[in-house]
Design a protein around this ligand. Structure first.
Ligand code: SF4
Length: 222
């Protein structure tokens, strides 16, 4: 596994490659971000961004969303995968924001994960991007890149990947690192075709070295 120092060397190189890395879900406030992140489960940010302007124009507050009918909500988000279940979750989530949090998005992980449709990853995105509270959300890109580079163990669970990153990266860099790992995984070290041949991290990446020696080597997808 990469040491703490080597991990930061790798991540610093990624910062250089993607200095503009940022959250790509469009939002104007914590409520919109929370709903957008719930909608993004197993869907692309692009597909969510296409639907949310109309959704938030129609339901600009938790009160509006909680009062909306299921059919009204579905009409706004039916282009997003799993939209029926997500409709149920965002409506119930808006209702709980009203009932339990005075219509505000809570600022602790414990409270966030108590909301319908909100898991640890969603809560971490909201903490970091809505409130600037240090957190590392582990999505498929963060997990794959961390494993390919052997920042964490190959058999680590999502929670273990998060905990390993939190140990190896200084807290003030958690949010930046989360965005940078996603950009690196989305645009360079992709699931199917990682660009090992032009990768500045190749000398420290076991997965890349294996692949360059034998291009038929199956890449670690996750
Ligand atoms: Fe990803 Fe290949 Fe770079 Fe390793 S060498 S980080 S597998 S692109």
């Amino acid at each position: 596994m990469l040491s703490k120092q080597r991990t930061m060397e790798a991540i610093e190189k990624m910062y250089e490659m993607f200095p503009e890395a940022h959250g790509e879900l469009q939002h104007k406030n914590p409520y919109e971000l929370l709903i957008a992140v719930i909608l993004s489960a197993q869907a692309t940010d692009v597909s969510v961004n296409k639907a949310t302007p109309a959704l938030f124009a129609a339901f600009p507050t938790p009160q509006d969303l909680a009062n909306a009918s299921v059919e009204e909500i579905i009409s706004k988000i039916k282009t997003i995968g799993l939209y029926r279940n997500k409709t149920k979750n965002i409506k119930a989530c808006a209702q709980q924001l009203l009932d339990r949090f005075d219509g505000q998005v809570p600022r602790t992980r414990e409270e966030l994960v108590s909301l319908p449709g909100v898991g640890r990853k969603t809560a971490n995105v909201v903490l970091g991007d809505a409130f600037g509270i240090p957190a590392i959300a582990v999505d498929t890109h963060v997990e794959r890149v961390s494993k390919r580079l052997r920042i964490c163990k190959l058999d680590a669970s999502v929670l273990e990947v998060e905990q390993t990153l939190m140990k190896k990266v200084p807290e003030e860099l958690w949010v930046k690192t989360h965005h940078t790992l996603i950009f690196f995984g989305r645009y360079h070290c992709t699931a199917r075709s990682p660009r090992c041949e032009v990768c500045p991290l190749l000398t420290m990446c076991q997965e890349g070295k294996n692949r360059m020696k034998n291009p038929t080597t199956k890449v670690l997808k996750k």
